[in-house]
Design a binder for this molecule. Structure first.
Ligand code: ZN
Length: 138
């Protein structure tokens, strides 16, 4: 029987919060800047470990990956951010990466309408069409 080489199935990281964001050092022209790209799973890892102070174990569970995998992702994310800060590079946060977006809950502060959807930069209330610049978790 012929051996079939199969690549290891890639486990998608479960991500709830991701936004397209761009940080640029002040006073330096874009053309003269190098960019660091932070993928959606790396951004989520920073949020869990360094903002919400979850353990790697807990954060990994939330992202549906092992503690070890989480450890690798957070390490890479911190390296990228450190590189940007120390070496004066721009940081581009993307909504791309090996991720599966989860829906989050929103509430419109104008009309009170509640719904769930994936995160994105621009949201409008499906009911009253009020633009939300920052979605509120229900
Ligand atoms: Zn509304």
């Amino acid at each position: 029987m012929q051996e079939i080489k199969m690549s290891r199935p890639y486990k998608l990281r479960r991500v709830k919060y991701c936004r397209e964001l761009f940080f640029k050092p002040a006073g330096i022209r874009m053309a003269n800047l190098q960019k660091v790209i932070l993928e959606a799973d790396e951004y989520e890892a920073i949020r869990f470990a360094d903002v919400n102070c979850l353990s790697y174990e807990e954060a990994g569970r939330k992202m549906n990956i092992s503690r070890q995998t989480f450890g690798r992702i957070i390490e890479r994310a911190r390296e990228k951010i450190a590189d940007a800060i120390v070496n004066c590079k721009a940081i581009l946060i993307t909504t791309k990466g090996p991720v599966r977006m989860m829906k989050v809950s929103f509430i419109c502060l104008k009309c009170g309408y509640k719904w769930s959807d994936i995160m994105s930069n621009s949201k409008v209330c499906p009911e009253c069409k009020e633009p939300l610049d920052f979605p509120v978790k229900v």
